[in-house]
Design a protein around this ligand. Structure first.
Ligand SMILES: [Zn+2]
Length: 141
């Protein structure tokens, strides 16, 4: 059990180190807030601790880094050293993501994944508009 806990903590620490990367997350929050959505953040009680929870719409949003969650977008590259470690680590993340999505769905939550690469300047606006529709079941903001 204690052993099981360590990677989790390490993951947190590493995410934290990379957390100039909360920038995309902030952009998402700002967008939602300015469009009248109200949300809660990092809800511990839900599987996978979703980044943004919109109770009114029974929707959760994850903002995933392309590296940590192995996005098939061309930005993902396996590190060239410690291969075994990274495969275990990243594959574990992917598996956990899948399980969390399934758990959330079975609890009746609508799960939306936003990828870091989609939140780059060029595509962010379009992606966030689509997010509105996804939250509101097709209705625009
Ligand atoms: Zn990506």
């Amino acid at each position: 059990m204690a052993d099981n806990h360590t990677p989790e903590v390490r993951h947190k620490n590493m995410s934290h180190i990379r957390s100039t990367n909360t920038k995309p997350e902030l952009a998402v929050r700002q967008y939602l807030f300015s469009h009248g959505f109200r949300y809660r953040l990092n809800v511990q009680a839900l599987p996978g601790r979703p980044d943004i929870v919109l109770p009114k719409y029974r929707t959760v949003v994850f903002i995933n880094g392309c590296f940590w969650h192995h996005h098939d977008c061309g930005r993902f590259v396996w590190p060239s050293s410690n291969e075994e470690y990274w495969h275990k680590k990243i594959d574990g993340n992917v598996q956990r993501d899948k399980e969390n999505r399934e758990k959330l769905a079975s609890l009746g939550w609508n799960v939306i994944i936003l990828w870091e690469c989609q939140l780059k300047k060029k595509t962010a606006e379009e992606r966030l508009q689509r997010l509105c529709a996804e939250i509101k079941n097709g209705a625009p903001c």
